[in-house]
Structures are given as structure tokens and as C-alpha cells.
Design a protein around this ligand. Structure first.
Ligand SMILES: C[S@@+](CC[C@H](N)C(=O)[O-])C[C@H]1O[C@@H](n2cnc3c(N)ncnc32)[C@H](O)[C@@H]1O
Length: 222
């Protein structure tokens, strides 16, 4: 009987790909078992994003959130669990992941599309009270240059809440991301509200027992 593929091995397959196309194929393969395998490896990225940033969320029935790189809808599930009563939309480029999110019935509207640094998001300007992205600011996923487009989609005063892996593998990407965040803040397009290092996984892929870390960032659009 074939040995069952572990959560770490699936994660390694989606993270360490040489092309966006191969990464997308790896997500399609992981999609049916994504929730199970992420739980197996102690994924706490969403819980910690909520812990750090939820106090700043405009929580009302008229509040609109956009979940970018939404995957199977984990961030939306955690927002609901935290008591968020507003509406949620999603953009996710992998159809297999998004189909699972859609089946959960959490989103008002979903779009299967890539978020890029070359074109605006497929939404009207200044629509959202919150834009969030969990587990997607890493190499070969969301490009750092998408941040100006995310700001366009936010209302004035809107919240941009996301995390970024703080790992050796993601260091070059994270440094470039920080340069983009500094540019946006120095141009007074957004202001840092809170930043906190948290666990992403309760173990480390390479060194079992040591948590994998992420930085949670909370910005407000100016
Ligand atoms: C690690 S998963 C995280 C999913 C979800 N946010 C969560 O917390 O479980 C990363 C997701 O980002 C999606 N993704 C990667 N790059 C993307 C891009 N440029 N535009 C849209 N989605 C993207 C992948 O298809 C995948 O579903």
C-alpha cells in the first residue's frame, strides 16, 4: 500500500516550486486534503492573525471584507468564529481551492483570479473596510507589488491585515516586502497600527519541535 503523503510534504510541494504553474498544480493536488493536512501540522496562522488584528476590525453588518488568496476559506471561518458579522468576498487563483471555499458558504462573492503587481484587483476602488491575506505573502505567491492595488481597493481608514512567514527560506522575499511597506508608509498612503511576531505552525518543517514563525502586520489606509 502506498504511504500517505504528510502535511509537511504537501506544504513543501506548494512552497518550493520553480514556476507559478507548478505551484498552482501542487495546490490543485493538495486542495481536497488542505484543511486536514494543515491541521495535522499545527497551522495557527489564522488564529494568530485574528488574535493580533481583530480588535481593529470594523465589526458591523455593513462592514465588507476582501480575503485575498483565500484558499479553502480558513480566514473567513476564523473571522466568523471571532464574531465578525459583516460580509466577506474572496479572490483566489486556484479553482480547486476556491471550490472548497465556495462550498462552505462563507463568501458573498468569489473571483477565481490571480492577484498581480501588474493590474488592479478585479474590484471597484475604495470598496472594502478590511483586506486580509493569510499564508500568502511568500515567494512565488503574492507579489510585493500588489500592495498599492490592495490599498486602492480599501476605503479610507480601511484595515489591511496580513501575515508573512519569517523563515530563512522567505527572508529575501520578506525584505523586499518590508521595502514596499516602508515605501507606502513614507508616502503616507498607510500607517502601521500593529506588528507582532507569532507562530505560523506549531512545529518547524525542518526542525521538529520548534515553531515556524510569521509576522502579523496591521495597517490602516490613509
Ligand atoms: C497557503 S494557502 C493560504 C490559504 C488561506 N488564506 C489560508 O489561510 O488557509 C495560499 C493560497 O494563495 C493562493 N495564491 C497564491 N498566489 C496567489 C496570487 N498571486 N493570487 C491569488 N491567489 C494566490 C494559492 O492558490 C493558495 O490557495
Amino acid at each position: 500500500m502506498a504511504e500517505e503523503q504528510s502535511g509537511w510534504s504537501y506544504i513543501s510541494d506548494v512552497v518550493h516550486q520553480d514556476t507559478p504553474d507548478n505551484r498552482d498544480k501542487a495546490y490543485s493536488k493538495m486542495a481536497p486534503v488542505y484543511d486536514l493536512k494543515m491541521s495535522d501540522v499545527g497551522s495557527v496562522g489564522n488564529q494568530n492573525l485574528i488574535k493580533v488584528g481583530y480588535e481593529f476590525v470594523n465589526n458591523s453588518e455593513s462592514s465588507l471584507m476582501l480575503d485575498i488568496a483565500a484558499g479553502t476559506g480558513w480566514t473567513a471561518e476564523h473571522f466568523r468564529e471571532a464574531g465578525y458579522v459583516g460580509q466577506m468576498d474572496a479572490i483566489e487563483m486556484n479553482a480547486a481551492m476556491l471550490d472548497i471555499a465556495i462550498a462552505k458558504g462563507l463568501y458573498r462573492k468569489t473571483q477565481c483570479q490571480e492577484v498581480s503587481d501588474q493590474s488592479p484587483l478585479p474590484v471597484a476602488d475604495e470598496t472594502y473596510d478590511i483586506v486580509t491575506a493569510t499564508g500568502a505573502f511568500l515567494d512565488n505567491h503574492l507579489p510585493q507589488g500588489c500592495i498599492p492595488y490592495i490599498l486602492k481597493a480599501l476605503k479610507l481608514g480601511g484595515l489591511f491585515l496580513f501575515n508573512c512567514r519569517k523563515t530563512e527560506y522567505n527572508e529575501v522575499y520578506h525584505n523586499e516586502l518590508m521595502r514596499m511597506l516602508e515605501k507606502m508608509t513614507s508616502e503616507k498612503r498607510m500607517i502601521l497600527v500593529k506588528k507582532e511576531e507569532t507562530d505560523l505552525f506549531q512545529m518547524n518543517c525542518n526542525e521538529p519541535g520548534k515553531p515556524t514563525k510569521a509576522i502579523v502586520y496591521v495597517f490602516r489606509k490613509l
